[in-house]
Write a protein that binds this ligand. Structure first.
Ligand code: DI6
Ligand code: FE
Length: 410
């Protein structure tokens, strides 16, 4: 007779990602096809494990969490910016370098000349590194093309990564990352191009689910940002915003007006901005890797975000300029040590709330019946150890859509 479940994980400590304290010991998790069929206590099993499922994994009190979600990356790019890392160590600021034509522009030049195959090869290595740190869903932004052809090339690479690797990829169009050199002094004309040509083309080809804008003095102002958001909405695309990273421009409140899924960075977020995103249900995505790498001093207003009940997510911001980091576990450590988030807040920030920041909370981010069977078995006994150790690889088993994936074979 066919058994009730395909696979059953027994003797586990399970952090379901539903609430900060939802950890079960002596627990088990069952899958059927690509979904979770059941999560509960060992004693609640109605028969012997091998009578219930075709495959039984005794995980010997290891910890199971939802597959981690890295909800903000820019990982498709060519070249690197190690030279700027050195310049900043000698005292140059991120903004100085950007104004001198370095920064994002130098990555744009390298990415425009790279072929799709080359970009795929470079990015695949980065995705695999994130998967080694437990990432089963990833967001990738374009933004190193700044012309239609290259922006679409980047989004095609993102699509190909999803088609060829066992990972879910959410794609975001970030044409408004910075002003391309050929539009110098003509910011509004570039925004016209984004709204009239780029967004319609990308929407029609279904190359992205969301549109993001870097609203900042060295990028785009509030009025330009609003035009991009309005156009995105007209094309049924979700809105996200790089908001208040280097200064407070009021972009978080503007994003809230467009029901943004998330506002990201937020070091300079004001009380008004917090009130606005609390009302709109927008997720605050914090990026401790960029904070660390730029040696920022101003912390995001974490206590106020908590007091206003704003869901907080954490992400790598993986990019060549401000966060060349390909481990979400390292980011989780930084969220604790630099931002003083609790390990419980951090776990929710890379599972349930990261899913919400991508509009995917109905299918992933928590472990309960009928959710997608994306989860990690870790070689640790409590989730806190995931943030406590640095430089170890605690991943024991990677399960995507109910299938165990051998990462070494990808
Ligand atoms: N903020 C960031 O931290 C990244 N983009 C952005 O808008 C940095 C991108 C880069 O420097 O290449
Ligand atoms: Fe970013």
């Amino acid at each position: 007779m066919a058994k009730q479940w395909d696979a059953l994980w027994i003797n586990a400590t399970i952090a379901t990602g539903e609430k900060q304290d939802s950890i079960m010991t002596n627990a088990c998790l069952a899958t059927k096809g690509s979904k979770i069929a059941w999560v509960g206590a060992m004693q609640a099993l109605s028969a012997k494990p091998n009578e219930l499922a075709d495959t039984v994994y005794d995980v010997k009190h290891r910890c199971i969490t939802p597959g981690l979600i890295d909800c903000h990356t820019h990982l498709i790019f060519a070249g690197n910016r190690a030279n700027e890392f050195e310049m900043r160590l000698k005292g140059a600021t991120y903004e100085d370098i950007a104004r001198q034509g370095g920064g994002i522009q130098s990555t744009v030049a390298a990415t425009r000349t790279a072929s799709q195959e080359e970009l795929y090869y470079l990015s695949k290595k980065r995705v695999l590194a994130l998967m080694q740190s437990g990432v089963t869903t990833l967001e990738i932004k374009s933004g190193y093309g700044l012309d239609l052809e290259t922006e679409e090339k980047i989004l095609y690479v993102a699509k190909k990564l999803e088609e060829t690797l066992p990972i879910t990829i959410s794609k975001t169009f970030l044409g408004a990352h910075t002003l391309p050199l050929e539009y110098r002094g003509r910011g509004d004309a570039y925004i016209d191009h984004i709204c009239q040509d780029m967004i319609p083309s990308i929407a029609e080809k279904k190359l992205a689910e969301a549109v993001d804008v870097f609203c900042e003095k060295i990028a785009f102002n509030l009025a330009q940002t609003e035009r991009v958001f309005a156009t995105a909405k007209q094309h049924d695309l979700q809105v996200k915003c790089h908001a208040e990273q280097l200064s407070d421009s009021g972009s978080a409140a503007l994003a809230a007006k467009y029901h943004a899924l998330s506002v990201d960075h937020l070091e300079h977020l004001s009380l008004q901005g917090i009130e606005a995103i609390a009302k709109s249900g927008t997720v605050a995505v914090l990026l401790p890797g960029a904070f660390y790498f730029l040696r920022e001093k101003k912390l995001p207003p974490i206590q106020l975000l908590r007091e206003h009940g704003v869901p907080i997510a954490l992400a790598s911001d993986c990019n060549p300029g401000t966060s060349p980091i390909m481990s979400l576990l390292l980011i989780m450590n930084m969220a604790c040590t630099l931002f003083r988030l609790t390990p419980q807040e951090v776990l929710l920030g890379v599972t349930q709330y990261a899913a919400k920041s991508l509009g995917l909370e109905q299918t992933i981010g928590t472990l309960s019946a009928n959710k997608q069977a994306d989860f990690i078995v870790w070689d640790v006994s409590t989730p806190v150890e995931l943030m406590y150790y640095m430089g170890v690889k605690p991943l024991h088993q990677f399960v995507k859509l109910g299938r165990t994936i051998d990462l070494a074979n990808l």
